[in-house]
Design a protein around this ligand. Structure first.
Ligand code: HEM
Length: 144
C-alpha cells in the first residue's frame, strides 16, 4: 500500500475516514433520566443503554456504501468522538497528535506497507493494535 507521500494536505480527511470506518471507542453507555421514544420503541427511565458508535458510523442512511473504506469520502460527520455535552474533550488534542504524526510520516517516507500480521490488543471497550509491523522506504527529497 502506498503511503500517499507528498500529499499530506489530505491527512485530516483520511483520519476522519479511519475514525468513521473503525471507531477506536465503538460503544459508550448511558442511563436514561426519563422515558424516551425512538422510532416507536419506548426506553423506560433509569435504563442502561449501549450506544453503538461503530454501527452509527456505518449507517447506510447516512453514508454511501458505508462498509467501503474511502479516503476521499467527504460526507456526513462521524460520531467516533461521541456527541452532545459529553463529547470527547480530548478530540482536538487527539486530532492534532494524529495529524502531526501522519504528516511527518507522509513527508519522510516514499512508501509505507504492512509487513507481517498485525495483532489486536485485547480490550472490551477500545479497539486498537498491540503490534502493527510496517516497512517504510525513506523519501529522497526531504529537507531535514
Ligand atoms: C482517537 C482518539 C480518541 C477517541 C476516538 C475518543 C473517543 C471518545 C468518546 C467516544 C467519548 C465518549 C463521548 C460520549 O460519552 O458522548 C470520549 C470521552 C472523553 N474523552 Fe476521548 N477519545 C479520544 C482521545 C482522547 C484524548 C487524547 C483525551 C484526553 C487528552 C480524551 C479525553 C476524554 C474525556 C475526558 C472524555 C469524557 C468527556 C465527558 O464525559 O464529558 N479523549 N472520548
Amino acid at each position: 500500500m502506498a503511503s500517499g507521500a507528498g500529499r499530506p494536505g489530505a491527512v485530516a480527511r483520511r483520519l476522519d475516514e479511519s475514525l468513521r470506518y473503525d471507531a477506536p471507542s465503538p460503544h459508550i453507555g448511558r442511563t436514561t433520566t426519563e422515558a424516551v421514544e425512538i422510532d416507536g420503541i419506548v426506553i423506560p427511565a433509569d435504563a442502561k443503554v449501549l450506544l453503538l458508535i461503530g454501527a452509527a458510523d456505518r449507517d447506510p442512511e447516512r453514508f454511501t456504501d458505508p462498509d467501503r473504506f474511502d479516503l476521499n469520502r467527504g460526507e456526513a460527520p462521524h460520531v467516533a468522538f461521541g456527541v452532545g455535552i459529553h463529547t470527547c474533550i480530548g478530540q482536538p488534542l487527539a486530532k492534532l497528535e494524529a495529524e502531526l504524526v501522519l504528516t511527518a510520516l507522509a513527508r519522510h517516507t516514499e512508501t509505507l506497507a504492512v509487513d507481517g500480521t498485525p495483532t489486536r490488543q485485547l480490550n472490551n471497550w477500545l479497539r486498537g493494535f498491540a503490534t502493527l509491523p510496517i516497512v517504510a522506504t525513506p523519501a529522497r527529497d526531504v529537507a531535514r
